[in-house]
Design a protein around this ligand. Sequence first.
Ligand SMILES: Nc1ncnc2c1ncn2[C@@H]1O[C@H](COP(=O)(O)OP(=O)(O)OP(=O)(O)O)[C@@H](O)[C@H]1O
Ligand SMILES: [Mg+2]
Length: 367
Amino acid sequence: MDSSMRLELTRPVMALSRGSCLPEAPHGAHLNGCVPLSHQVAGHKYGIDKVGILQHPDGTVLKQLQPPPRGPREMHFYSMVCAEDSGDPCLVELRAHLPKYYGTMSSPDVPTELYLKLEDVTRCFSRPCIMDVKIGQRSYDPFASQEKREQQVRKYPLMEEIGFLVLGMRVYKVGSDSFDTYDQHYGRGLVKDTIKDGLSKFFYNGKILRKDAITASILKVQKILQWFEGQSRFHFYASSLLFVYEGICASSAASQTLQEPTTTPGACEQNNNIHQTVYSMHTRSCVKSHNKTNQDNGLWSSSQQPNGNCSLARLEENPKETRSQDGQDVEVKMIDFAHVFPSDVSDHGYIYGLKNLLEVLHQILEE
Ligand SMILES: Nc1ncnc2c1ncn2[C@@H]1O[C@H](COP(=O)(O)OP(=O)(O)OP(=O)(O)O)[C@@H](O)[C@H]1O
Ligand SMILES: [Mg+2]
């Protein structure tokens, strides 16, 4: 990325102050320092792929649009679901399961490069454990070429039978105050007999199985299932659920000597700065590394006129408060809508995947 890249604000944006979940006063100033999303667990990555996901200093993430038709399709989906004036109950209910959408951004230097500006689902967690699970019995859409279909089936032949695929995860280990990360090869290595144990690793913090996080996740997935059972307007292919839970829990906090309280104002910016161990079923590699916060001092500001219509004022919401009221430090959000299509029947493939995922989560809980 060009570190001298500069984008102009065309409309004041409520900027989130770093290290705080509360909004700053609105201003039209430049915002510095977009960096590759350091806690990304799957998908296209900056520096590796042509497009990727960035972290904006205001606490949002920027997802670069894929080339057409995928990128524009995802943008239109967010715009439609998050249209402020839409009172359509189906869309209003769905909106609650998506990251908040703040419109698009583009660079004056490269105006053709568009970014979706999204809520960072992990942003107010202190030690976010994150898992990306692709849902559905098919990873390819009805318009995919034969070659694409075969490629997708080859990648995970069990998709049809299992109905979901772990694309990546990072799991907090209380003993070492570090994260273990698992890449896409790990998930592809899971078969019917090992899927339960494979998935349960996401909830194991090195000392205990986080049954509280499993229970809360089940409740959230059930809500999403409810929405799917009531709609027959959309089909989702190769779309994911992003699971996030707080790595620091009451029992782990007692058994370690972490200095920070679990909800320090600085949590939003410090949640990536600790050691991690990387696992891949495929390579069985185990690499210790530091997860650097790549402080790019290049100037980035916003924005093209947000066109997604989710109110920017939503940045004012304080998700931490909402979570603590629930008593649950867990989020489950639907992401990745590059292959969503209109339909007039239920999305049986997605529903099958959700039900099987719920079944496996229940099995882990019963251990
Ligand atoms: N709103 C978000 N908040 C936090 N993390 C996110 C968010 N959106 C995406 N991510 C991170 O980025 C990863 C990839 O996201 P996504 O699936 O949208 O991109 P992708 O797979 O590269 O997209 P595509 O399939 O359209 O090419 C996720 O696994 C997650 O770690
Ligand atoms: Mg994805």
